[in-house]
Design a protein around this ligand. Sequence first.
Ligand code: BGC
Length: 266
Amino acid sequence: MSHTHIQIVLGIDVGASGIKGALVDVQQGALVSERLRLPTPQPATPKTVTKVIVELVEKLEYDGDVVGCGFPAIIKKGVAWSAANISKKWIGQDVEALFSEATGKRFTVLNDADAAGIAEMRFGKGIGHEGTVILITIGSGLGSAVFTDGHLVRNTELGHFYLHNMPAEQYASNHARKRDGLSWKEWAKRFSEYLHHLDRLFSPDLVILGGGGSKKWEEFHKHLKTKLKVVPATLGNEAGIIGAAWCARPEIWRTTAVPPRAHQRI
Ligand code: BGC
């Protein structure tokens, strides 16, 4: 199998419980291979996670030159600045350099929720949306991507403002739901509180829900109490893979007729 075409890029989404990867057609914003999911090793240290990244590249028989990777931390110029749901050993680690050296591919690494948001703005619910758009990923944590008139404000970490004396993600993530044995209806009550605070702080024009939890949209959306416009991500939990792959191939988006403003390197 040969995947050398410039349009096909490997996208990886590192999560607290699973590391997912697939080949992506970055022009169409769609997966063109199976989506492979390997369990995140525990503890998820630089050493153990890198091993899984190498395994993923090999298993997908990827022979392209670049890889895009969403990572669950604050990422500046490829370096991790935080580690909420992964080993603290990541802080200060150059994730891009580490994965690039181990695989021989050129990695572009960015925050996982930013990657998902970029995909939704380019290929999903956010297309052409002006004003303030916020994507929230619902998973082990709560990730966020904030766009104003199509421009991304990176590393916003809106899962970390305080609600009931704890970081919001410890109160309203899918992990919190499971930990506290809540039904989706009960969880929706908590998440509505979270949305209320988002509204007070940002007055978003649109809120897109992504991450693994968004697959349960049918079960919880009728229980949400909010005046905000809230929609499920078009690309679901694949948005992170697609957005990361897309970011790794600037040759494609720099030449599109309407330059997407979502991804600008800092
Ligand atoms: C991390 C974020 C990440 C989110 C979703 C949070 O705990 O701080 O960086 O985007 O989880 O994975």
